[in-house]
Design a protein around this ligand. Structure first.
Ligand SMILES: [Fe+2]
Ligand SMILES: [Fe+2]
Length: 498
């Protein structure tokens, strides 16, 4: 039987709008779940999904994508990447899978909430496919690291991480709960689909896929390309909503949601993408610096999509442009120093050649961050390893939930406010602005230091903190990815000093 061309039936088939007779519209679509106050009822059916596909076509394409990625994995399993790859690369895999796999499963709920609560029929339809996408992403990113679990128990964290109270998890979960899980359908689509997916998943998935291929990890490269091809599709869910908001006179609201979600996404990605790209990827296969990726994918492409809609760059743009050259270097120093609290083994990434590369990409690095590394290197080279791990907990930002860092002797300062009798600390003016805009959303969260000082973590010492964070149960916390072999490069020069 001949099939009708999709264009001839699609519009009719996806017109699933009706007028409820047994309940009020607000009961069917409660405003706190649906959002979109002030947008006239008749506007929703004008939502024109930028991507049209039938279920039959969807299943066929996805099956082919799965077959491609799984067959590459099966073919290369015997290549023994785990033992052949640079340990820095293995650390990237551990960090990535743990931070992403279960979150993808969470993202299927994000899409499922659109499928139920969005008032736009075209969006509901598209979100069903988005939901299936995210289930696929979760399944793949749990299955792919599983081959490594019997070689290295830190890979257990691919599944385990999001169920622990590790500090990195607390930051990631706080972000994803805020962006994906706890806002109405309209706001979620702007925060998660437009800002986070259009802007930032590109960075991780396209940026790292090039590095992966160069590092010889074709399995990972193929996997994340496969995922990104779905993201590029369902990321578009948010754009027609922005148009609806702007047309109904709510440009300011749209802009604010973007300003909040852009900053929150960016700061999380300094740890997720920034550190690996500039410190863990082996130097000879580095495709570009984090800053270069940010300039291509964010500064150029994301800003273009904002301008196409008639929206502006976030208000803190100048601060952001400076931050791109700084913040992740501070987070690298922090995560490396607190390495026993990580589920992966961080690479230092500061051999003389790597430092030359950092100085070239970030002029002034040696005079700022490099000086702190000089102290660490001196301690390592003289056997004072105990002095390279801090004995206290860092001050943590009450929005990003990440340690507050800055450029040594330049930008590090405490930004804090007292709200209803409690003092809150922030890593930047932007984090404080986000908090003050909606204190009720953020003020109840207790960060790791709050929990420690509140007596929730016992015994109140490093051992107790590690145990609280889930380390030492199935796998131990992190240690230098290269077993400190890189320190040898400095020993001859330091041998004459005291
Ligand atoms: Fe996804
Ligand atoms: Fe997604």
């Amino acid at each position: 039987m001949a099939l009708l061309d999709r264009a001839r039936w699609y519009d009719l088939a996806r017109t699933t709008e009706w007028t409820p007779r047994y309940v009020e519209p607000d009961e069917l679509f409660p405003p706190e779940m649906s959002g979109g106050e002030g947008i006239p009822d008749e506007a929703w059916s004008t939502y024109d999904e930028p991507y049209k596909i039938s279920y039959r076509e969807y299943v066929d394409v996805q099956r082919q994508k799965d077959a491609g990625a799984y067959s590459v994995k099966a073919t290369l399993e015997r290549a023994d990447l785990y033992h052949k790859a640079d340990p820095g690369w293995i650390s990237i895999l551990k960090e990535h899978y743990a931070a992403v796999a279960v979150v993808e499963y969470g993202a299927s709920f994000q899409e499922a909430r659109f499928a139920r609560w969005s008032k736009a029929p075209g969006m509901r339809n598209m979100a069903v496919f988005g939901m299936l996408d995210e289930i696929r992403h979760a399944q793949m990113q749990l299955f792919f690291p599983h081959e490594y679990v019997n070689k290295d128990r830190q890979f257990d964290w691919s599944h385990e991480a999001m169920f622990t109270d590790n500090w990195v998890t607390l930051g990631a979960r706080h972000f994803f709960d805020d962006m994906l899980m706890t806002r109405d359908a309209i706001s979620t689509a702007i925060c998660a689909n437009f800002s986070f997916e259009t802007g930032f998943t590109n960075l991780q998935f396209i940026g790292l896929s090039g590095d992966a291929a160069k590092a010889g990890d074709f399995t990972f490269s193929k996997l994340i390309q496969s995922i990104q091809s779905d993201e590029a599709r369902h990321a578009q869910l948010g754009t027609p909503l922005l148009q609806l908001l702007i047309e109904s006179g709510q440009k300011e609201r749209a802009q604010k949601l973007i300003d909040i979600s852009f900053w929150r996404s960016y700061r999380l990605f300094t740890v997720l993408s920034g550190i690996p790209m500039d410190y863990y990827v082996p130097l000879d296969v580095r495709e570009a610096s984090f800053k270069e990726f940010m300039e291509e994918w964010i500064v150029t492409q994301f800003v273009r999509s904002l301008e196409d809609l008639g929206l502006a760059k976030p208000w803190y743009w100048d601060l952001f442009l400076r931050d791109v050259s700084e913040h992740h270097h501070g987070q690298q120093l922090g995560t490396y120093s607190w390495r026993p609290t990580l589920w992966w083994n961080p690479a230092a990434g500061v051999t003389p050649e790597e430092r030359d590369w950092l100085e070239e990409k970030y002029p002034g690095w040696n005079d700022t961050f490099g000086k702190v590394w000089d102290v660490l290197i001196d301690n390592f080279a003289h056997g004072r390893t105990d002095r390279t791990v801090p004995g206290t907990l860092p001050v943590i930002c009450n929005v990003s939930q990440l340690p507050i860092v800055g450029t040594p002797s330049q930008t590090l300062r405490d930004i804090s406010i007292v709200h209803e009798g409690r003092r809150y600390h922030f890593a930047s003016e932007v984090d404080r602005w986000i908090f003050e805009d909606d204190p009720e959303r953020y003020r109840h969260h207790r960060n790791l230091v709050d929990r420690f000082l509140g007596g929730e973590i016992q015994p109140a010492d490093l051992g107790g903190v590690l145990q609280y964070m889930g380390l030492g149960v199935v796998s131990d916390g992190g240690d230098d990815a290269h077993g400190y072999a890189w320190v040898d490069r400095y020993r001859p020069a330091l041998a004459t000093t005291g």
